[in-house]
Design a protein around this ligand. Structure first.
Ligand code: DC
Length: 235
């Protein structure tokens, strides 16, 4: 894969580590701005960055490539166990169709279980010997890294998110209407929030960041004030 989802490419760390890294967990719905914020924070603090959505997208994309059915739980679990992040093409997994299929495979508990160790190991021992890691997804603060030093739940109104996603997609899909994108996002939010296993929700100790009316610079500044304060007090 390209470095868009992982700023520091290295071998996935094997197993858990005693090394206690600093973890920034960012959860929230699609197109809330959490990915952009995560990349900026990783750069600012020189931390590694893992976009965990790519793992689910990669499983879904591999199944679609092989004409396998993403609703087949046994097959999806097999694909998740065989998953190799280095074989994923970042551009191919970014489509709307792969996003929808990713949300379906992500509701299968065996898929989540198969991807959990990789994420936890990445957070515990970030690649490149970096001091910390930023992970973004839906369940980072609640399930993957419940001990993260800083947790954010990043959100924005569905209309704002749909507009942002439409702007990203319209070069490749000039026929795509903003209303279709909005419908997709709402369906995906509902599926991600309603699933029984690791549903999308804010951790009880997460800071809420609503980006609806904020520029990305303002969002980053707000997040960094909170992080700096937490790092000063307890790391
Ligand atoms: O963040 P994204 O749009 O790339 O994620 C694609 C799908 O993957 C999303 O609809 C739900 C799933 N996902 C998840 O269930 N848990 C995560 N930590 C990250 C993504």
């Amino acid at each position: 894969m390209t470095d868009a989802s992982r700023q520091s490419a290295a071998e996935p760390p094997a197993g858990h580590s005693a090394f206690k890294s600093k973890v920034i967990a960012l959860d929230g719905p699609a197109a809330s701005g959490k990915g952009t914020l995560a990349r900026r924070l990783a750069r600012a603090y020189r931390f590694a960055y893992l976009d965990t959505g790519v793992l689910y997208r990669g499983v879904a994309w591999s199944m679609m490539r092989d004409a396998a059915d993403p609703a087949d739980a046994d097959a999806a679990a097999r694909y998740a166990r065989d998953f190799d992040i280095d074989r994923i093409d970042d551009k191919l997994v970014r489509t709307r169709e792969v996003g929808a299929a990713a949300s379906r495979v992500a509701a299968i508990p065996a898929v989540r279980a198969a991807l959990l160790d990789y994420q936890r190991a990445y957070a515990a021992r970030p690649p490149g010997g970096l001091e910390g890691a930023v992970l973004d997804g839906r369940d980072i603060g609640t399930v993957v890294c419940p001990d993260a030093c800083v947790k954010f739940f990043v959100t924005a109104s569905p209309e704002t998110r749909a507009h942002r996603r439409w702007l990203e997609l319209r070069c490749d899909r000039p026929d795509l209407g903003e209303d279709e994108v909005l419908r997709d996002l709402k369906e995906r939010d509902a599926r991600d929030a309603a699933r029984a296993d690791a549903p999308m929700k804010p951790a009880v100790d997460a800071e809420l960041l609503d980006t609806t009316h904020l520029s990305i610079d303002a969002v980053e500044a707000a997040a960094r004030r909170i992080i700096d304060d937490i790092f000063r007090r307890c790391v």
